[in-house]
Design a protein around this ligand. Structure first.
Ligand SMILES: Cc1cc2nc3c(=O)[nH]c(=O)nc-3n(C[C@H](O)[C@H](O)[C@H](O)COP(=O)(O)OP(=O)(O)OC[C@H]3O[C@@H](n4cnc5c(N)ncnc54)[C@H](O)[C@@H]3O)c2cc1C
Length: 418
């Protein structure tokens, strides 16, 4: 890479921020421009629904706690950060982007780390006063202000964000009802056994969880004061949190004529269908090891792809091979998943400590392809890390030994490397 080159990153979230840092750490001394429409330095989103929502916000201090950079290290890095600025167009032939300020910027290489936007409910304008979504720090601040002991919070959607908010709000003394349209919680991402553990925990903690809930109407004059179900029952509501998933921000890619599917399509090196344009994070659709194209909406993916995309922008040609994984925290419990929870896999259950458990997914050759675990605190983390290494090792594993909690996973891994 020539020092006179300009590397432009659009989207100053996790993947974009990580990429900018990596470019400098890898020795690129030229111009790096990081453009983001949020007013903040890049930050990590997981604490928004957990620690920050639970503990309340103390202004910029809490934002600093989840920022990828300290203010000082950011200044020292010499990365130009255009905050509160939106990119409105890309001209791949001219190698330029257009900003909402009217200015154009020429790039040598471009990274699109655009993330996504919360899926919206169709509601009348006058109902929106107490309706919240949670994707950004600013939205978390607004939501947190509304949560007090006794507040009746109705959560639409029993996925991770809805349930984490339910857990944090309950810890703050709110009366919480979760309305999930499906037959079980977080069904898209979790095995039934883990969904069941989540449901039991939330109900034990006093969260009212309605499965197969069909919402008929939202009532209220200037705000939603009750949610009516198909049964006719009305659930009183002071605050409504909508957690029904997100949509990747694809407008720029469409306008620029990039190949897209459920995200911006990339090759093994995270390069899009346009020369010198890369994509990373929630917006990126890539082929897994098994050749299936998919997108991930996880911290691990944003972290790993941000890094790999940056190195490839510098010409390193590193294929992206990250093992997928995510975690989610609820009250004093946590769940974690690694690898692929393949529908045709053999599932082995293994006991964990303090009512925890681990589900191990084996392929036909008896190799570990995925694992999902549940446990108190961070108990499951060590086993999941070992599972990640067992997945990478491609070792043949005896199902009987995996099921036996007295046979250590570390021992099996050592055996794999013997
Ligand atoms: C509340 C919450 C909790 C989460 N908890 C977990 C968890 O426990 N575990 C886990 O694995 N994952 C979790 N995630 C998911 C994880 O945070 C995301 O996968 C990660 O943030 C994705 O990073 P990204 O850089 O791809 O997108 P983002 O972090 O969303 O960054 C994209 C940025 O691009 C900006 N942008 C978009 N378009 C433009 C444009 N045209 N011009 C300028 N800027 C633009 C956006 O505003 C945004 O700032 C959570 C997410 C949320 C919202």
């Amino acid at each position: 890479m020539n020092p006179s080159d300009t590397l432009v990153i659009v989207g100053a979230g996790h993947a974009g921020g990580r990429a900018a840092l990596t470019l400098r750490e890898a020795g690129f001394a030229g111009r790096i421009v990081l453009i983001g429409d949020e007013a903040h330095l890049p930050y990590e989103r997981p604490p928004l629904s957990k620690a920050l929502l639970k503990g309340g916000f103390k202004g910029e201090c809490s934002l600093a706690s989840c920022s990828l950079f300290s203010e000082a290290s950011f200044i020292a890095s010499g990365i130009e950060h255009l905050s509160g600025v939106r990119v409105t167009g890309i001209d791949t032939a001219q190698h330029s982007v257009v900003l909402d300020t009217g200015v154009s910027l020429v790039y040598s290489k471009l990274l699109l780390a655009l993330g996504g936007t919360s899926r919206r409910l169709e509601l009348a304008e006058h109902q929106l006063n107490n309706v919240h979504y949670l994707r950004t720090f600013d939205e978390a601040v607004e939501l947190e202000k509304r949560l007090s002991p006794g507040t009746r919070l109705v959560v639409v959607g029993g996925g991770f964000i809805g349930l984490e908010v339910a857990s944090s709000a309950r810890d703050r003394g709110c009366e919480v009802t979760v309305l999930e349209a499906g037959a079980r919680l977080a069904a898209r991402a979790l095995p039934a056994r883990v969904s069941e553990a989540l449901l039991t925990l939330h109900r034990c903690k006093g969260v009212v969880v309605r499965l197969a809930a069909q919402i008929e109407a939202f009532h209220g004059e200037n705000r939603i004061d009750s949610v009516q179900l198909a049964s006719g029952e009305r659930i009183p509501c002071d605050v409504l949190l909508v957690g029904i998933g997100m949509q990747p921000n694809l407008e720029l890619a469409h306008q620029a004529g990039l190949e897209t599917g459920s995200g911006i399509k990339v090759d093994a090196f995270l390069q899009t269908s346009a020369e010198d344009v890369y994509a990373a994070g929630d917006v990126c659709e890539f082929a897994r090891n098994d050749g299936v194209f998919h997108r991930q909406e996880t911290w691990c993916n944003a972290e790993a792809q941000g890094r790999v995309a940056a190195l490839n922008m510098l010409g390193q040609q590193q294929p992206f091979t990250g093992v997928p994984g995510f975690w989610s925290d609820h009250f004093e419990f946590g769940l974690q998943t690694v690898g692929v929870l393949a529908a045709d896999a053999q599932i082995i259950e293994r006991e964990g400590v303090e009512d925890g458990f681990l589900l191990l997914y084996l392929d036909r050759q008896s190799r570990l392809v995925g694992a999902s675990g549940w446990g108190a605190g961070n108990n499951i983390a060590k086993d999941i890390k070992l599972c990640e290494r067992l997945i990478e090792s491609q070792t043949l594993l005896p199902a009987q030994q995996l099921a036996d909690a007295s046979v250590s996973l570390k021992g099996l891994l050592r055996g794999a490397h013997a």
